[in-house]
Design a protein around this ligand. Structure first.
Ligand code: SF4
Ligand code: SF4
Length: 502
């Protein structure tokens, strides 16, 4: 038997069997429909007041897995902008320079194909995870749950005690002790929030620049400071007060579940045929039917959103499995098999077998393979530099006094190596073409981008229909070598000596 805490009064619980067919399970039109009897959010009382949740932690097998994942995610979040890889932080999204350093590879805002593949991969991943694992993402990996359940709530429990003590403290009149505890709690939370916010900002500014700026010229960092302060406030508001309402009211992911989930999506559910009729231990009488549920409400008291999963599938369930751990503990105490509340699927609930692979998932997997495969191929095959030639100047071409035709271009050179490269540009064709570069060699710092002006001059006779392809050769002192094509504009030769002059 668990140490369940009495909950404040809820809307009266209807008979589970009232909505159930002969087979025992409630029939819901859609996977995450609100249970028909529930008209209120669990976190709001009938008079519209907020009900604060103080879930009881049961350190069962799911909780242990979630805690391990949470700690790994903390380590990842704090380490990525801190640990250097290839001369830059492991992840540094340098918006100012429009460069993104990820695990030693630098991406640029001009890497359109890469960004498109990444965007497609991210979107399809969300749909794949949503359709396959349902709200397990929320329970196991969403920052909202990860930080609330394994960082902010433990600090609260350390200072205020368990859920029952927390309720008592909140209800008690203000005293020196209460003020001291609340001040200590919010102070620790503020330090944690500040650390989280500044780490988040460091992803975009880098710790090195952030610390150097703060030490030498804090005013120059006012944007970063303002963002850090704003985020700190938002984190405190969310994890200190808003909490489960982020999942049940604000977050669009839960609402998307109706679109993404199907009959085979993993969900947490109560085994009504086994559990019903629910009869408390003290009310059990020999010969009177009673299910395995002893109506102890341990599952409800463990739920961070206050959901009573016994009422059926509901959008407030964020898949934490805290009710599973709680009920397993009760079942073990009752010497009954665990799994009265368990991971299952709607199809399994109806007596079928859950299909891991189905057309929707396979389609997502194919798209995932295409998106992430393209991204991997593009990253693996990208050269040591990226060269782009674009038209420069205000006029398409100019006729020079010596009769030659001049085109102005801009050449963007992106150094994709972790060392400086010196580039030279020469023109290979057409015959008679010459090139003037504004600087040569062009020195480009590691992961840097330099744009130079070039003027290509060709004889007028080479133009066909007012244009002629030109080829450049770009080389670097580090062995990079690439031929780049471009289309020069010029006069229409059949229009006379001055034909086409702008
Ligand atoms: S489902 Fe399990 S934890 Fe919930 S009330 Fe019944 S016996 Fe208790
Ligand atoms: S009902 Fe169970 S799985 Fe759903 S949020 Fe509550 S504790 Fe987590």
């Amino acid at each position: 038997m668990t140490n369940a805490v009495a909950e404040p009064p809820r809307a009266p619980e209807p008979e589970q069997g009232a909505a159930a067919p002969a087979g025992g399970l409630p029939v819901l039109d859609r996977v995450f429909d609100v249970a028909p009897e529930e008209e209120l959010l669990y976190s709001i009382s009938a008079d519209g007041k907020r009900k604060f949740m103080h879930p009881i932690v049961h350190k069962g097998r799911h909780w242990k897995v979630r805690r391990a994942i949470a700690y790994a995610l903390y380590a990842l979040f704090f380490a990525l902008p801190l640990v250097p890889v290839g001369g830059s932080p492991a992840v540094f999204l340098d918006l100012d320079a429009r460069r993104f350093h990820v695990l030693g590879t630098t991406f640029h805002a001009t890497d359109n194909l890469l960004l498109a593949a990444f965007g497609l991969g991210a979107i399809v991943t969300v749909f794949f995870v949503g359709s396959t694992f349902g709200r397990m993402w929320c329970g196991y990996a969403c920052p909202q749950t990860v930080y609330l359940e394994f960082l902010f709530r433990p600090v609260e429990a350390f200072l205020e005690g368990g859920p029952l003590r927390q309720r008592k403290l909140n209800a008690a009149p203000w005293s020196r002790r209460k003020v001291a505890i609340k001040v200590a709690k919010w102070s620790i939370w503020t330090v944690v929030a500040l650390l989280m916010a500044s780490t988040f900002v460091a992803y975009f500014v880098s710790w090195k620049a952030l610390v150097a700026g703060l030490l030498h010229d804090p005013f120059a960092m006012k944007g970063a400071l303002f963002t850090t302060a704003l985020l700190t406030g938002a984190i405190l508001f969310d994890f200190g007060w808003f909490r489960d309402q982020m999942c049940t009211i604000a977050c669009p992911y839960g609402r998307l579940q109706n679109v993404m989930a199907d009959q085979d999506t993993i969900l947490v559910a109560y085994d009504a045929p086994r559990g019903d009729p629910k009869v408390k231990v003290k009310d059990r009488v020999a010969g009177v039917p009673a299910g395995d549920c002893i109506d102890c409400r341990s599952c409800v008291n463990a739920c961070p959103t206050g959901t009573d999963i016994r009422r059926g599938l509901q959008p407030e369930c964020i898949g934490t499995a805290q009710c599973v751990d709680a009920c397993d503990e009760v079942m073990i105490g009752q010497k009954k098999p665990i799994g009265l509340i368990k991971y299952t699927s709607e199809r399994e609930q109806k007596g079928g077998v859950r299909r891991v692979l189905r057309p929707r998932n396979v389609a997502y997997l194919v798209l995932l393979a295409i998106a992430w495969g393209t991204l991997a191929a593009l990253v693996l095959t990208r050269g040591d530099a990226q060269i782009e030639v674009v038209r420069g100047g205000r006029e398409p071409y100019r006729l020079l006094p010596n009769g030659q035709v001049a085109n102005q271009q801009r050449v963007r050179i992106t150094n994709q190596l972790a060392e400086t490269q010196r580039f030279t540009i020469e023109v290979l064709s057409p015959k008679g073409a010459s090139l003037v570069v504004s600087e040569s060699p062009v020195t480009v710092a590691p992961s840097g981008l330099v744009t130079v002006d070039v003027v290509t001059t060709v004889p007028p006779a080479v133009f066909v229909d007012g244009q002629i392809p030109v080829r450049y050769l770009v080389r670097s002192d580090k062995g990079f070598r690439k031929e780049v094509g471009f289309l020069l504009l010029g006069p229409f030769n059949d229009a006379g000596p001055d034909g086409g002059t702008p």
